[in-house]
Ligand binder design. Structure first.
Ligand code: FE
Length: 202
């Protein structure tokens, strides 16, 4: 199934993306202990256990779909900007309560490394590797700017779940279950669905 060349409802596109890329373990220094799908489901599960609303559970589920593209982790030495890549497409379907925590989830790591002395110790080797590529700890001025972000607090929550969602073998609900929740996060006056080609163009 190719999700990139057909017009389909957004939830079907998301299912197709996970079908195509969910088995990915990433490569080289970005390798994690769980697949991309397991990571997404565990992250959504942690958000749900914390009582997060559907939009934030959806952000947790989808926060890494910017990784889902050809040439995944082809270069270990540059920041892949994955938190930004899917936003133009996601923003056509979901509101800022979904897209903003995703946009900020890498910045949230840089913020927490600067503000929480024990935070760095809990990061996976892959996250520590990418931290340097992403700019390292935030400066005080960058932290102040992050504090002013309307969805900064949600991004910090997402970041904590992201970091904990790497446990091999943990049981979670299915992708279908979380896509139903994602459907609840869609605006009721959503415009007609557009092709996922915009995802590639981002
Ligand atoms: Fe992640």
């Amino acid at each position: 199934m190719n999700p990139h060349d057909e017009e389909r409802p957004v939830l079907q596109c998301l299912a197709a993306l996970f079908a195509d890329y969910g088995d990915t373990l990433y490569d080289g220094s970005r390798r994690e202990a769980v697949t991309a799908l397991q990571h997404a489901l565990q992250c959504a599960q942690l958000a749900e256990w914390a009582g997060a609303p559907p939009a934030l559970v959806t952000a947790a589920l989808l926060h890494d779909i910017g990784h889902f593209h050809e040439g995944l982790a082809a270069d270990d030495r540059t920041d892949d900007g994955h938190e930004l890549r899917a936003l133009p497409w996601l923003g056509q379907h979901f509101g800022p309560a979904v897209t903003e925590p995703i946009r900020l989830h890498v910045a949230a790591k840089r913020y927490l490394v600067a503000r929480d002395p024990g935070y760095r110790e809990g990061l996976s080797p892959a996250s520590i590797h990418s931290l340097a590529l992403q700019g390292g700890p935030m400066s005080p001025a960058e932290c102040a700017a992050f504090d002013a972000e309307p969805f900064g607090a949600d991004a910090l929550l997402l970041r904590r779940w992201d970091d904990a969602a790497k446990e091999p073998g943990r049981r979670t609900p299915s992708l279908a279950y979380y896509l139903v929740l994602a459907g609840e996060a869609l605006p009721t006056d959503a415009p007609p669905r557009t092709a996922i080609a915009a995802f590639d163009a981002a």
